[in-house]
Write a protein that binds this ligand. Structure first.
Ligand code: OVV
Length: 402
């Protein structure tokens, strides 16, 4: 149902941000959104939207006004039954959010995960050597960006080997399901029951290896930090949010380097830049493009009053390209300080897995920069469309060794 227009004082837009053309290249639409004002009303979905950095950042840090418990997709859980049991992290507000978040923040903390680094470095080097042994042309998405997280992350969680092929399709569907019920969601629907059941079996205590993230979450339940009912759902969050995101984050940084050879040369001169490079790629590409919030009270933003209980779409990708905040935002530039980008969100929900993602990225970039002098795109690139993710299907590349 669409609200009568007389009650809406925001600039109106008839665009569909989840349409084929905008998913293929969201940047022109995002520029229009930022130009139209701090808040825009999207008629097609009867929701508000924000595309400028300051307002997106402010909303992300004000969880009291911009709640998550009514869902961070288009669907408003106040009126619609969620398609799966809501995430205890993503789709929760304080106080319910706090215990699961505290447990996961500790398990995925920068010091706590340091023990993974050496084994991952060896895995990355082996993956790169095996790939280069086959030739200097490959697909940076399937052969690297997907292959590396799938090689290290499921083992780090401690799930069984069988059924790992369900991780990417399940994540793809979850991220589509935050959007409107369009053809991308319909495409995933036939497998939802099968994929959900497969993911659920991986969250049980007895299938997990003894010292992975999964077992550590069960240990937190044993200590009473979370309940036994919460443990499997928190593990589900790792399996949902930890794979497609890192795959597309790695694809983003590889694409950025393939199209900015001067920046690759800089990385090779100073390998310590690998972490900056990854965050700059997350800013530049914003693998997670959007999330919704729901207003918990009437709130005025830039002269527009958004009534209580309404959905508002935050364009993380647009905020990360806002020229009001970033100098030369459309450049992938290792000399900028990308910190403050909202590609991992901000505030109490900011990506709890970001240190794991950064470690994966730094590890694979280090392995590549040791062996590869230059990377170029060697054929037609193909985007993968998803209602939430800025994703890649294929990135054919040619590398020179040296
Ligand atoms: C950040 C994110 C994305 C998708 C799913 C979840 C979290 C989850 O907690 O299930």
């Amino acid at each position: 149902m669409t609200a009568p227009l007389s009650t809406i004082d925001a600039p109106l837009s008839d665009a569909d941000p989840f349409s084929y053309d905008i998913l293929e290249d969201p940047l022109p639409f995002q520029a229009e959104l930022r130009a139209a004002g701090p808040v825009v009303y999207l008629r097609k979905y009867d929701v508000y939207a924000m595309g400028r950095y300051d307002e997106v950042h402010a909303a992300l840090t004000d969880w009291q006004t911009f709640q998550s418990a009514a869902g961070v997709g288009l669907s408003n859980f106040r009126y619609e039954k969620p398609w799966r049991p809501p995430s205890l992290l993503l789709e929760a507000d304080p106080p319910h959010h706090d215990a699961p978040r505290a447990v996961l923040t500790k398990i995925l903390g920068p010091r706590e995960i340091r023990g993974l680094a050496d084994a991952w470095a060896a895995d990355a080097e082996e993956l790169v050597e095996d790939l280069l042994a086959k030739g200097t042309e490959f697909d940076a998405v399937t052969d690297l960006a997907a292959a590396f997280p799938l090689r290290v992350f499921p083992d780090a969680v401690g799930i069984p080997k069988d059924g790992r092929e369900h991780l990417l399709p399940y994540g793809d569907h979850v991220f589509n399901a935050f959007g409107p019920p369009n053809e991308l969601v319909a495409k995933g629907a036939p497998r939802v029951a099968e994929l959900s059941a497969s993911i659920a079996t991986k969250c049980a205590r007895d299938v997990l290896t003894p010292d992975g993230f999964g077992a550590q979450i069960w240990a937190a339940a044993d200590r009473g930090d979370i309940t036994e009912a919460q443990a499997p759902l928190i593990i589900r969050s790792l399996l949902t949010a930890g794979v497609d995101t890192t795959v597309n984050g790695l694809a983003a940084v590889l694409y950025a380097f393939a199209t900015n050879p001067d920046q690759w040369a800089r990385l090779r001169e100073d390998p310590a830049l690998s972490r900056t490079a990854f965050d700059e790629a997350v800013r530049f590409e914003s693998p997670v493009q959007t999330f919704f919030r729901t207003t918990a009270r009437d709130i005025e933003i830039g002269g527009t009053v958004i009534p209580e209980g309404r959905k508002i779409l935050m364009f993380l990708g647009s905020a990360n390209r806002d020229p009001r905040r970033w100098e030369n935002p459309d450049a992938f530039d290792l000399s900028r300080d990308p910190s403050g980008h909202v590609g991992f969100g901000f505030g109490i929900h900011q990506c709890v897995g970001q240190h794991v993602a950064r470690l994966e990225a730094a590890t694979i970039l280090n392995a590549l920069s040791k062996r590869i002098a230059s990377i170029e795109i060697s054929g037609p690139t193909r985007r993968h469309h998803n209602n939430t993710l800025r994703a890649w299907e294929s990135l054919p590349v040619r590398v020179k060794l040296g």
